[in-house]
Design a protein around this ligand. Sequence first.
Ligand SMILES: NC(=O)c1ccc[n+]([C@@H]2O[C@H](COP(=O)([O-])OP(=O)(O)OC[C@H]3O[C@@H](n4cnc5c(N)ncnc54)[C@H](O)[C@@H]3O)[C@@H](O)[C@H]2O)c1
Length: 253
Amino acid sequence: MFELTGKTAIVTGAGSRNGIGRATALALAKQGADVAVCDLNLEGVQETAKEVKALGRRSIALQVDVTSPESVEKVVQTVVKEWGRIDILANIAGITQPIKVIDTTPADFDRIVAVNMKGTFLFSKAVLPTMMAQKSGRIINMSSVSAKRGGGVFGGAHYSAAKAGILGFAKALAREVAPYNITVNSVAPGLVLTDIRGGIEPEEEQKKMAADIPLKRLGKPEEIAATICFLASDEAAYITGEEIDINGGSHMD
Ligand SMILES: NC(=O)c1ccc[n+]([C@@H]2O[C@H](COP(=O)([O-])OP(=O)(O)OC[C@H]3O[C@@H](n4cnc5c(N)ncnc54)[C@H](O)[C@@H]3O)[C@@H](O)[C@H]2O)c1
């Protein structure tokens, strides 16, 4: 089950040591996929690419700014030139900012929306010609519990808005590209133990953060990566326009 041998993937935001992007790249590779990894952090993706290769898969490490159409197009064209196809796109790159609306500047708002939401749009658009020609593809987007529960975990209203925007975008795109056998889904994690909040929190702090989470702990990047692998697999072929919550029970729809 969930075999990805012979498939090629692009994972954005894969340069962070403890991040969901790197965990996703490694999980896809373990299932058999070749994985192109990209991030603002070139050194970080070069390390991730080494780990993917150590698993016996092909990898390409590329620097990208997901807010730049030219930069995104360059990554996609490089992968198409090298590997000839793109089966899976995991839009993981993202940033957050813990701030109240009253203190948020228009520039803060634009930056959070650009990295999280516009980046998802730009990468999805860039892979579509290839996936449509193949008549197959999987796009998996990164939302957040903040999109659905009215924020309040970490990140401002602009982050909630961007992550909710991703859900709307994914559903509309799912309808649009379904005739090409391309599925578009999202994952909505709760608090995950990564560096996004400025570093892994000490254990005491983690306990406090987890106090209101029914499962009483933060999520692990590998737990998000596993769901992304599932959505990328043949077994998930009939799931599209869906979002999967992975949050320890902190929000239940
Ligand atoms: N950690 C959590 O609790 C949590 C919860 C819900 C959703 N998320 C989402 O998961 C995704 C991954 O977050 P993470 O926790 O692994 O964080 P992380 O900070 O470890 O990784 C994010 C990566 O995105 C990259 N990035 C930032 N801006 C970029 C840009 N303009 N272009 C290219 N790459 C860029 C960073 O360099 C970094 O490597 C994000 O979209 C985040 O919003 C995280």
